[in-house]
Design a binder for this molecule. Sequence first.
Ligand code: NAP
Length: 356
Amino acid sequence: MNASPANARTHAPSARPLAGREVFPIGLGCMGMSEFYGASDDAESLATLQAAVDLGVQHFDTADTYGFGHNEHLLGRFLATLPTTDRARLTVATKFGIVREAGRYERRIDNTPAYIRAACEASLRRLGVDCIDLYYCHRRDPAVPIEEVAGAMGALVAAGKVRAIGFSEIGADSLRRAHAVQAVAALQSEFSLWERGLEAELLPLTRQLGVAMVAYSPLGRGMLTGALPASEALEEGDFRRSLPRFNGEAARTNGRQIEALRALAADWRVPATQLALAWTLHRAPNVLPIPGARRLAHLAQNAGAADIALDAAQMHALDALFPPGSAAGARYPDAGWAGIEPTAEPASGPTQRHAR
Ligand SMILES: NC(=O)c1ccc[n+]([C@@H]2O[C@H](COP(=O)([O-])OP(=O)(O)OC[C@H]3O[C@@H](n4cnc5c(N)ncnc54)[C@H](OP(=O)(O)O)[C@@H]3O)[C@@H](O)[C@H]2O)c1
């Protein structure tokens, strides 16, 4: 139960399969470089992207909606600077399906085949690539049967425009049905110590189907770092100021849990951030977290989590501190639930969507 820095680094990081390649287990979420968490600086973001490649990070995550195309453009600018050999080692993932008016969070979801084809062409252009390594349906539009969506995505694979497909925030039935039409390489959903709603059903199912479980917001949008300021001290316009989990009584309740995580981290002499990421990696062998980091120091610390070995007692202590359903407050504001399919709730957890 004592993970000293010395014994915490005895296990070399092992690559994990993603979309037909073996990749460094910790990826980089690029969203914050364009939107949601306050101001960003392109020069700093480009330096962080380069540092990620230098550290061996191979999995980069973006979406067409992040910054209304800015995030894909930025990644495209970066990819254009890489030698071909470096580029060939990377898996770049992007997503379609969320349609927003510039500057607004409210969205509608579009999964029609014509929209998917047009969105793919636009993403290829912004990224400056001939083929998207991993293309996700970001949110589900229930008006279009999932078989039709998987079929349209499969046609992009057949056309050589997409190497592998994935879905974000879908339930078990949709995953099974999509996979029957076109092999699904990855399910990307929120998964962290704070958000364990998919452990009961989806995590075992992804393992059974050979689908990677890409864990988004693995640091609870920064909360699990133990270093995030109170919501009211965040920048004006920071999305977290609108999230129930970061505000009011829920924030105070969650803060006590984070304090307990910080105490464990201090006791074990491992940063809370690395504990949170290492927990996702230890939870199942098909989990690949994509922590978001605009800042180089954050990126480097996160990549280091691949070297942290947690023993069974430590996993038990973390599981006990963050039982499924324990985070107070909803993980999205009302407008954010569009296109998110329900997952099996933990038996002991809350049953209302707004309590998740
Ligand atoms: N599929 C979906 O619907 C969906 C939804 C949300 C996110 N995502 C993807 O998942 C990625 C990651 O999720 P996320 O960015 O929401 O949340 P996250 O990774 O849980 O947290 C990101 C936040 O933590 C901070 N941070 C990162 N490393 C840190 C460290 N070592 N020390 C202190 N602070 C640290 C970041 O700060 P700095 O940025 O200042 O470094 C940022 O504010 C996104 O970038 C996006 O690609 C997907």
